[in-house]
Design a protein around this ligand. Structure first.
Ligand code: SAM
Length: 348
């Protein structure tokens, strides 16, 4: 079977053998990659038309109890100035976002215990009361079932928790002993069971990652059946144990985006900030490879640089309105348009 046949098979059967996935991930010529992207685009346009959904990202605390070896806000990074927005500041970011046309807010943070079940539930209720037509996505890490349930009841709609890698030994390589892949996965299945629209995902080119690990990621996603999948290249941060490692590959990230679009036609797939950091037109290229979501920053400009997961993160100096305008132009430049809507997943 030629590589072009494989691309067709992937679209038709929404599956491949492990060996065939390996060929797609590392064996395509430039021309074949472009053919893959074109197929992914066609499927994305069939499912979502030309709309690109926007999520207003509010990075509300960089305080974290975890020590993931790749992450700039890990607790052992003593060079980082820590911050925590007040509940009023968080709601006011959402207010500004609403006036700019955002109908989904992503509340993301390190694993910060100050945000107890009731404190975060209050914030969710306040945003939902003021903006009932908006969706709230949480991305605050591994918490208890009771907390997840309370936040769902308070009005949270979606939850992002990248699994990071579905391979046990690779997970061990990236995280300290206090964390476990089994618990991460359990959280994702619990969130799904509760009724959240769930997002999993991984970094492309994280230290120690093999192509077989990526196949394991695909197999895990096939089992979980998430509504959203967040992937982006691994990018080094100088104050982590992986400071001297290489960044992930831009082209491999695009190939994986397109592969995921063909595997999961209705999935919400962001062109991430990390993709826009590794290449100046990274997010546009991501959209052309099948992505259909962008997540501009709504955090106050004073704290943006402090939420530095990796070096040279983009959009840390601009006002929210500038971010939105800039993205509007970028999305338009590749023939798509920003949608003013909640942008729910077609997957139920
Ligand atoms: N604490 C929450 C959690 O664990 O899900 C949310 C915040 S966490 C910093 C968000 C994501 O950033 C992680 O899931 C990880 O994939 C990504 N990330 C962290 N460090 C990164 C790096 N060096 N390069 C690229 N992405 C990174």
């Amino acid at each position: 079977m030629t590589n072009m046949d494989l691309i067709e098979k992937l679209e038709r059967e929404k599956n491949l053998t492990d060996g065939e996935f390996v060929r797609i991930i590392e064996g395509l010529s430039e021309r074949e990659s472009q053919a893959l992207f074109a197929r992914a685009r066609a499927v994305r346009e069939r499912e979502y038309g030309k709309d690109v959904y926007i999520r207003g990202l509010i990075e509300f605390s960089n305080i974290c109890r975890n020590d993931c070896y790749y992450c700039g806000i890990r607790k052992s990074n003593a060079n980082l100035e820590r911050y925590r927005l007040t509940p009023e500041e968080i709601v006011s970011c959402a207010r500004e976002g609403y006036s700019l046309g955002f109908r989904t807010f992503v509340l993301q943070s390190g694993e910060d215990a100050w945000f107890t079940e009731s404190r975060l539930a209050d914030i969710i209720r306040q945003i939902k009361k003021e903006f009932p037509d908006c969706a709230i996505t949480l991305s605050v890490g591994e918490r208890t079932r009771e907390e997840y349930e309370a936040w769902f009841e308070a009005g949270a709609d979606r939850y992002l928790l990248r699994h990071e890698t579905a391979d046990e030994s690779h997970y061990r390589y990236l995280h300290p002993e206090t964390m476990s892949l089994a618990h991460r996965k359990e959280c994702l299945y619990t969130l799904r069971e509760i009724g959240y629209q769930v997002g999993a995902g991984f970094m492309v080119g994280s230290p120690g990652q093999t192509v077989d690990n990526l196949v394991s990621d695909i197999r895990f996603l096939q089992d979980l059946k998430p509504h959203m999948i967040g992937i982006g290249p691994f990018l080094t941060h100088p104050d982590t144990p992986f400071a001297d490692r290489e960044n992930g590959s831009f082209s491999r990230t695009l190939i994986l985006l397109a592969t995921l679009r063909l595997l999961f036609p209705g999935v919400l797939l962001p062109a991430t900030t990390a993709l826009g950091t590794i290449a100046p037109d990274g997010r546009e290229q991501g959209l052309l490879a099948g992505a259909n979501v962008v997540m501009p920053n709504l955090s106050p400009t004073g704290v943006r640089k402090k939420y530095e997961l990796y070096a040279n993160k983009i959009c840390t100096g601009e006002e929210s309105a500038q971010c939105k305008n800039c993205l509007n132009l970028r999305v338009g430049s590749v023939g798509y348009k920003l949608a003013v809507s909640r942008g729910d997943s077609r997957i139920r």
